[in-house]
Structures are given as structure tokens and as C-alpha cells.
Design a protein around this ligand. Structure first.
Ligand SMILES: Cc1ncc(COP(=O)(O)O)c(C=O)c1O
Length: 216
């Protein structure tokens, strides 16, 4: 069943997302994306690329990593002492680029809720913003994480919010509409390029430590 579902997800996912890692809820899917992004660079020999850029007041869930990246003041203020530092940008290209200009060599990924930031008040991004973020990520050599947990499965009028700008992220988190609440299930999809950075012999330490299941 897990393999059949993964194959179906790959069929409808943005072109190029061909590997699927399951988790149990949206926050865990985003945590997996952060870990994959950081370990991707680690495995490639860039141990310094471990920081994350996020959009200010975005929401990515309630586990510690998800709260750090999606620091929403309405929900997360008491937990601030637990959270790790993240670069917060406004949802504009100049704001994101100014962080990249200074910090790209230390940044693993930019994480965004594509097109609509739900929990922070249904903030709708202008058309083309996501495409611009994709281009910045490529230019500055950082990964792009799209959190489609709220927007996925047609909730913005396309199957994925990424489809509005024809963007393929390096990592895409999905949940909610995946089971419509019937099962505790989410997933993080990624590309062959990211997947291949995790291949190797166990003693080489390049595997991902997780309870998740990867489609091979
Ligand atoms: C964009 C986004 N990411 C992550 C989450 C966290 O999902 P869960 O509540 O399943 O952990 C949510 C939940 O509302 C969300 O809207």
C-alpha cells in the first residue's frame, strides 16, 4: 500500500519530485524537510550549510523545529527559549535576497508556504513570487522547501500551490488533504538529486535516521 500510494503521489506531484518519505502529521513532514536539507549539504561536504531562511510569521507546525522555522507570535511566544535561530524574511524577493547575499554559504534551505500563508491570516502572495524565490534558491545554491500542508490537494484551485508558478521545489511537505483527516499521515517529497546524496554504505553515515519509509 505504501508503495502504491507513493507512486500515485509521484504521478500528481510537480515534475521531478520522485521520492517520498512518510511521516505522521504536518509538523513531522516539515521537520523531515529541514533535516533532509541540512543533511543533504552535510553529505556533500558542506557542513557549514545548516541555517534556514523562513518567511516571517509563517506557520509550519508545533514541534520544536517547525516552531523555530514558523515562528508565529500568536501561537509560539512561550516557547521562544527552546527555538533555534532562523533568518526571517518578508515575503518579497529583495528581503530574501538580502539575507542570501550575506548568509548563503551558511544556508541550507529557504522554507515557504507557497502562494497562501494560511495560519498567519490567509496572506496571499503575488503571482510570480514563488518563481522568483525558486530562481534565488538556484542562484545562491540553497534548497527550496515548499510547505503544501495547507495548500495541497487543490485548495488553491490547482493541485499544488506550486503549480500556479510552475515551480518544482527540492522538498515538498504534504499532509491534511492527503487523508482528509482519516489517518495520521503526511509526506515529504523530494528529487532524485536530493535522494542520491543519501546513498552509501551504512558505515559512511550518509543515511537518514528516521522512522520514515522511502520509496526506492
Ligand atoms: C502550512 C502548515 N504547515 C504545517 C502544519 C502542521 O500540520 P499538523 O497540524 O498536521 O502538524 C500546518 C497546520 O495547520 C500548516 O497549515
Amino acid at each position: 500500500m505504501a508503495v502504491i500510494l507513493a507512486q500515485k503521489l509521484v504521478e500528481i506531484a510537480p515534475e521531478g519530485l520522485c521520492r517520498v518519505l512518510y511521516a505522521s502529521d504536518g509538523a513531522s513532514a516539515t521537520e523531515m524537510a529541514f533535516k533532509l536539507a541540512v543533511q543533504y549539504w552535510w553529505n556533500k561536504g558542506f557542513q557549514n550549510k545548516h541555517q534556514l531562511i523562513a518567511i516571517r510569521e509563517a506557520y509550519h507546525g508545533d514541534t520544536v523545529g517547525a516552531m523555530s522555522v514558523g515562528m508565529t507570535s500568536a501561537f509560539h511566544k512561550p516557547y521562544r527559549p527552546l527555538l533555534f535561530p532562523v533568518h526571517y524574511a518578508e515575503p518579497t524577493l529583495p528581503s530574501i535576497e538580502s539575507i542570501l547575499r550575506q548568509h548563503a554559504t551558511s544556508v541550507a534551505a529557504i522554507c515557504v508556504e507557497p502562494v497562501v500563508m494560511g495560519a498567519s491570516g490567509m496572506i496571499v502572495h503575488p503571482p510570480g513570487l514563488l518563481r522568483g524565490i525558486r530562481e534565488l534558491a538556484d542562484r545562491y545554491d540553497v534548497l527550496l522547501i515548499c510547505d503544501e500542508i495547507a495548500t495541497g490537494f487543490g485548495r488553491t484551485g490547482r493541485m499544488w500551490a506550486c503549480d500556479h508558478d510552475q515551480v518544482t521545489p527540492d522538498l515538498m511537505c504534504i499532509g491534511k488533504g492527503l487523508t482528509g483527516g482519516y489517518l495520521p499521515l503526511s509526506a515529504t517529497l523530494t528529487t532524485q538529486t536530493v535522494f542520491e546524496a543519501f546513498l552509501g554504505q551504512p558505515h559512511e553515515g550518509e543515511n537518514l535516521f528516521s522512522r520514515a519509509y522511502v520509496l526506492r
